[in-house]
Design a protein around this ligand. Structure first.
Ligand code: SF4
Length: 128
């Protein structure tokens, strides 16, 4: 996960994925200490000018095949921070985004659904 400028609420929802209730390790979803060991780049927050380079470096360090998931309205559209001079705009203008997870913040269930969609393992996709 890379936080490119969040208010921290999205981070709290993401952290909940590791608690005993959601426990996403049972689904094979967990966080890595290095992007070199990751399959998915999860982006939270609104992209700021200062975080553009670290975000690109994290993306480039992930070996392919890889996916980018934008979680929350901030990386999708800028959210409540859109138009701020320090905001670059949607993360989709910086990186190719595979899955968008709306919400402010998205719930842990929304996050799990989006991450499983990125892995092609979403039941809701099968039903569609
Ligand atoms: S989407 Fe909402 S909760 Fe998440 S970082 Fe932006 S303002 Fe905060």
């Amino acid at each position: 996960m890379v936080d490119v400028g969040s208010c921290n609420s999205c981070n709290l929802e993401v952290l909940a994925l590791a608690n005993p209730f959601y426990d996403t390790t049972r689904l094979g979803v967990f966080f890595t200490n290095s992007p070199r060991h990751a399959d998915v780049l999860l982006v939270v927050g609104v992209p700021t000018a200062e975080m553009r380079e670290p975000l690109l470096r994290a993306f480039e360090a992930i070996p392919g095949p890889k996916a980018v998931v934008a979680a929350g309205v901030c990386p999708i559209s800028g959210g409540v921070f859109a138009g701020n001079p320090g905001v670059l705009g949607p993360v989709g203008d910086i990186l190719p985004v595979d899955v968008f997870i709306p919400g402010c913040p998205p719930t842990p269930v929304n996050l799990i659904d989006g991450l499983l969609r990125a892995a092609g393992r979403s039941r809701s996709e099968e039903d569609a």
